[in-house]
Design a protein around this ligand. Structure first.
Ligand code: ATP
Ligand code: MG
Length: 179
């Protein structure tokens, strides 16, 4: 039995976006309690491949390349939400551009074609901010935050007790947006 690696495609915030996101996450955490995600772990998952054989990481990269040159886009993280069962509090978008949904769909299609099993969950773009919140999200402050996506990444999730740890394995640029 070979080693397995837990991988997913994601948008990772650039420096200024990360700084604003981390600042606002800390404000939310002040109101919600629970465990604040560390700044370096803040991300938006596009397509989760889960635990795959180590040798399949290269196939995931090939699949990403198959999506071709998709356009970059901007979107607003303009609301807070909560997955009650998973006990996570997140920032999400009330309206997201087709280009974001198209990118997630293209990655799902290309990886499925390469034999990866993708969950049939509907895509709901979100950034997890807090785990195990004590208070519900309406009490937390949130100002809309613009995110300009110019690339996407393949990330490995390294399981460690209590803390999430992610490592970027590869990145692909998105085209300059047309409009
Ligand atoms: P942990 O599970 O160790 O508490 P985590 O959820 O951050 O931490 P992973 O489970 O490796 O780490 O997940 C990595 C990313 O993929 C996270 O953004 C997570 O929300 C997302 N994810 C995990 N499982 C799924 C799934 N079945 N479908 C879609 N996205 C998923
Ligand atoms: Mg998880």
């Amino acid at each position: 039995m070979g080693a397995r690696r837990r991988i997913f495609f994601a948008l990772w915030p650039d420096g200024p976006t990360l700084e604003r996101l981390a600042n606002q996450a800390a404000l939310v955490h002040g109101a919600s309690g629970g465990r604040l995600m560390r700044a370096e772990t803040l991300h938006l998952t596009l397509c989760f491949l889960g635990d795959v054989e180590a040798a399949r990481v290269a196939d995931a990269c090939d699949a990403a390349a198959q999506t071709g040159s998709l356009p970059g886009f901007g979107f607003d993280l303009d609301q807070l939400g909560c997955f009650e069962r998973a006990r996570v509090l997140w920032a999400g978008s009330s309206h997201w551009p087709d280009a974001l949904a198209d990118l997630a769909a293209a990655l799902a299609a290309a990886t499925e074609k390469a034999g990866f099993r993708i969950e049939a969950r509907p895509f709901l773009p979100h950034v997890t901010l807090v785990r195990d919140p004590v208070a519900p999200p309406p009490e937390a402050p949130w100002s809309p935050l613009r995110w300009e996506a110019r690339e996407f990444v393949l990330v490995e999730s390294i399981r460690r007790p209590a803390v999430a740890h992610y490592e970027t394995l590869a990145r692909w640029p998105l085209r300059a947006p047309t409009a």
